[in-house]
Design a protein around this ligand. Sequence first.
Ligand SMILES: [Zn+2]
Length: 231
Amino acid sequence: MVYYSEQQIRRVRVVRRCDGYYCQFLINVERQEHYEPTGQVTGIDLGLKEFYTDAQGNTVTNLRYLRKSEKRLKKAQRRLSKRFRKEKKQSNNYHKQRVKVAKLHLKVSRQRKDKAIKDALALVQSNDLVVYEALKVRNLVKNRKLAKSISDASWYQFTQWLNYFAKIYRIVCVAVPPHFTTQDCSVCTTRVQKLLSTRTHQCPNCKTVLDRDHNAAVNILKKGLNLLIVY
Ligand SMILES: [Zn+2]
């Protein structure tokens, strides 16, 4: 249990959510956690098939239960818009359904946030350096078909938490530009063109065969290390 003195409370806010009222306290406290260097560094490739793949080839998957609640939310939203068309806007049934949708929405966003926090913390606690791609979210959201999956995966939220925990644990977390991280060979830098459906990196030059995302994660780590070198 942690206690704060009255003087540390900077602001108090009452927030209304669909399942009740919440009281938020903004506390003025420098959060700092003890960190033992692990000697590990990594790059992560945020993906669709897996939530991310790191430079060591480990993967963190997207959550199935999150998908389930998202499906339920979609259904409820459809029912709501049907009601809206059929009945008068102010009907009891309409309002009941509206509250149901709002509650599901809240549930999904809380599940997403929990997952992002858990994954980001685990990554920060086991690495002295984490490198990720800066613009990937914006790049891929342009593609409409992928947009849904990307917002599902909540990459943006994840990288926000990653930076937050990196500060608290005093590890280095850097973003690098995403150009050619998927195409280039992580061993010999030969550019090997790939379709979105090409799952394996096969280098004709040095004969390296690697999972597509694993290869990208190694390139991302290398870019991060290059960025940190001071001449
Ligand atoms: Zn190669």
